[in-house]
Design a protein around this ligand. Structure first.
Ligand code: CAA
Length: 250
């Protein structure tokens, strides 16, 4: 059980998986800060948090573009000034720009690498020293089943999400003696707006390949993330944990 109330920053915290993670970590007794980058996207999050009584004293919002290193530094310093040191970081910001490789533009490649992978550096770099100095920290990176198995139409996304695995294993070794764990969670197809945006017939063909026969619920991913962020997960580091209904078994 978590006894210490910690400050948790969730990048992309207003998205489908991000909101579920915010709710779950706040329910575990921590103070949660949801980062968002597009004005207006926080409104749904506000309603969702208020509906379960986790707004106000349990959570806050922080605006900032995860692709911008200096903006992330400013955001982290503001959060730490206003709320206290960040002990839990969940790198959850992510986008897709799906296209077969022969049609993929440089812009689609760069957008996905910047938001899904550069972001991990841009945010983690600003919180890691505080965590190691205080001797406690939890970093959870949200990757994807498509990092592990590859996905037709996602060379950019699969590359960025696979990069998160290498990052997590390398950083885990550097901070292991300082009480900081770094892990990756690789969800399969989760019922969120990102997945709902796929062509229905393509999504249906993917669901047919999932042994469990259904999409994941965001809350199922949040439960695993909250566990990795907890005191009791202190011996898990450098791990990648799949949560994909059996779509890809490794
Ligand atoms: N394997 C092999 N061939 C395939 C294929 C597959 N999985 N899917 C399509 N093809 C073939 C098609 O049959 C077609 O062949 P012909 O030219 O011979 O007819 C050819 O490839 C072109 O396919 P599309 O018509 O699909 O090409 P498109 O340009 O219209 O669409 C695409 C491309 C947008 C990438 C589309 O294929 C697609 O949406 N794919 C799914 C991508 C996906 O899974 N995205 C996940 C988003 S959610 C997410 O990312 C969250 C997470 O972490 C899981």
């Amino acid at each position: 059980m978590n006894k210490t109330r910690r400050i948790a920053l969730i990048t992309g915290g207003v998205g489908g998986i991000g909101t579920a993670i915010c709710k779950r970590i706040a329910r575990d007794g921590h103070f949660v800060i949801a980062n968002y980058a597009i004005p207006g996207t926080e409104e749904k999050w506000n309603r969702a948090m208020a509906a379960v009584g986790l707004n106000g004293s349990a959570s806050a919002l922080a605006f900032g573009d995860v692709t911008q290193f200096d903006a992330m530094g400013d955001m982290v310093r503001k959060i730490e000034r206003e709320h206290g040191p960040i002990d839990i970081l969940v790198n959850c910001a992510g986008i897709t720009r799906d296209a077969t490789f022969k049609k993929m533009t440089l812009e689609q490649w760069r957008a996905v690498l910047a938001t899904n992978l550069d972001s991990v550096f841009n945010v983690t770099r600003h919180v890691i020293d505080g965590m190691t100095e205080r001797g406690w920290g939890r970093i959870v990176n949200i990757s994807s089943v498509n990092a592990l198995k590859g996905q037709f139409g996602q060379t950019n996304y699969s590359a960025a999400k696979a990069g998160m695995h290498g990052f997590s294993k390398a950083l885990a070794q550097e901070v292991v003696k300082k009480g900081v764990t770094v892990n990756t969670v690789s969800p399969g197809y989760v019922e969120t707006d990102m997945v709902r945006a796929m062509k229905p017939e393509i999504l249906q063909s993917i669901v047919e390949q999932i042994p469990m026969g259904r999409l994941a619920q965001p809350e199922e991913i949040a439960g695993l993330v909250a566990y990795l962020a907890s005191e009791e997960a202190g011996y898990i580091t450098g791990a990648n944990i799949s949560i994909n209904g059996g779509l890809h078994m490794v």
